[in-house]
Design a protein around this ligand. Sequence first.
Ligand code: TXA
Ligand code: MG
Length: 307
Amino acid sequence: MSPTNPRILPYGEAAIAEAAALIRAGECVAVPTETVYGLAADATDSAAVAGIYAAKGRPSFNPLIVHVADLAVAERIAVFDDAARDLAERFWPGPLTLVLPVRAGSGIASLVTAGLETIALRVPAHRAMQALLAVCGKPLAAPSANASGAISPTRAEHVAASLAGRIPLVIDDGATPAGLESTIVMDGHVLRPGPLTAADLGLSDAAPASGTITAPGQLASHYAPGKPLRLDAVERNGGEWLIGFGPIAGDDTLSATGDLVEAASRLFDALHRADASAAPAIAVAPVPHAGIGIAINDRLRRAAHPR
Ligand code: TXA
Ligand code: MG
């Protein structure tokens, strides 16, 4: 693959047709979802799925989320109990991932689940991922479209910078609306906080974070910028790049008005800008630990964890 890759094509029929042709040929392509950009490949093609791991440089014990067009397709892949079906009916399409027992004969490559007996499924709401699913007619495995351990991409340019030379195509449909990865639920518990809060879902809150891998892939250091990050900063220390929130102004702000939804949509973009700045370190103002602020603080804690 040439170092000028990936090509970036604006969302539209031509871009979707080209992406679908690449996926049919066993390649992976980056496509926006309502949460972050995903790196999609045919989930039934083990060589194509291996290509996702290779492009990301991702440890193979970290299983991938499978995206499907609707609940009917999901039910052919995994076993839903009444509670899971109820969540799917209320929140799909949308930023909710359900971890469920995988059906024997589902056709999903075992590399997708990293050998687990469960599978993470979601029906995305974004027009680009929906169109790609419709044209491909295949379930698509798609982790966030960034090199493993790097910040998740909320814009096509983030993908191109992180995976330069490693993938052929990015479909560009602007900034992703939610800006944070989907909420992951398993057995009525939130495994990963996200745009839908436990309260939105009517579930008990996320288990307290620990430094150990509680679910596969829940690595403590995950969404990491390339320089030290200090949390709960009320002012700049030395040459830090300060990301503000509410009344704390900085070089940048998550939300000048203290709006948590706006802060979530801007978080990764702000971290990318901080990372690209000349400053040797990053500081972030305190973000209230309520509503989607729980997911924002989860991502910030992981970004701050020393590698
Ligand atoms: O919003 C999202 O969810 C984005 C977009 C592209 O859809 N995708 C995403 O995928 O964030 P990824 O691969 O970066 O995160 C997948 C998470 C990992 O933490 C992984 O460990 C967890 O899902 N996961 C996948 N399968 C699992 C399983 N069977 N049991 C527990 N956790 C699982
Ligand atoms: Mg990721």
